[in-house]
Design a binder for this molecule. Structure first.
Ligand SMILES: [Zn+2]
Ligand SMILES: [Zn+2]
Length: 241
């Protein structure tokens, strides 16, 4: 069996370890394909992203490792392109397309970096209507994915990050399910991978990966492709799925 983990972050963005340390760990674990990637630069929220100045350094570093580990480990240099980022993806081997912010009427907030930012954002921008927030997210995600055509769609239902036990919205609600299915139906036409992202399971925050099982089942039933990843931010978490 070939073990691949195509979603691993290094200290070049918000991860802990150097790309070389990630490679060493991958070899220990018998991982054959390792995708080291960085969050794309977002000008209004640059913390934890790959700075423009450091982009070439990151690419050169990972490309050196490809040569160094040739025959032992296949190393790929990727980018986790945010839907609100403007960078060129040309120099990267592959792209994971992810959306970590929602925008409406010129107001932007993140729903991925603390529960209070998420709740305050939905209150301020959507008058506390979580279904309207989700509909906007899936609409933005679909437009972004159809436009940029990445290789992989990252953590499809990231909007559920703080929605433990349906605390803010019910994912069985027809309004939510329709928004998801409409987005998936459009994205399926691209024949790209939907990521099954274990980051919150590895952290112990959730029992199941993104997206919820009914969504993965829906994707598979419709003939879509899925790919499991760790979204590891430290080497110990590589391949934990
Ligand atoms: Zn992400
Ligand atoms: Zn990530």
């Amino acid at each position: 069996m070939i073990l691949s983990d195509m979603h691993v972050h290094s200290a070049f963005c918000d991860g802990v370890d150097t790309p070389k340390e990630l490679c060493e760990q991958a070899i220990k674990l018998n991982v054959q394909n390792l995708g080291i990637l960085a969050h794309s630069y977002v000008d209004f929220d640059p913390v934890g992203t790959l700075s423009i100045d450091n982009t070439q350094n990151f690419i050169d570093t990972v490309n050196e490792l490809k040569k160094e580990y040739k025959g032992k480990l296949n190393v790929y240099c990727g980018v986790e392109l945010d839907g609100m980022s403007n960078i060129s993806t040309t120099p990267f081997d592959y792209v994971i397309g992810s959306l970590h912010y929602v925008e409406k009427d010129g107001k932007v907030f993140t729903f991925d970096n603390g529960e209070s930012l998420f709740v305050n954002g939905v209150n301020d921008v959507f008058n506390g209507d979580y279904y309207a927030f989700c509909e906007r997210y899936y609409e933005m995600l679909t437009n972004f994915i159809l436009d940029k055509k990445p290789d992989i769609i990252g953590h499809l239902d990231l909007v559920t990050k703080y929605n433990y036990d349906n605390k803010y919205f019910n994912t069985s609600d027809i309004r939510y399910q329709n928004a998801v299915k409409k987005a998936v139906d459009k994205m399926l036409k691209l024949n790209i991978y939907f990521e099954v992202n274990y980051s919150q399971v590895i952290k112990g925050a959730k029992k199941m990966p993104y997206p919820e099982k009914w969504i993965t089942d829906y994707i598979l039933r419709k003939g879509g492709k899925v790919l499991s990843t760790s979204d590891a931010h430290k080497k110990e978490n590589i391949g934990k799925f």
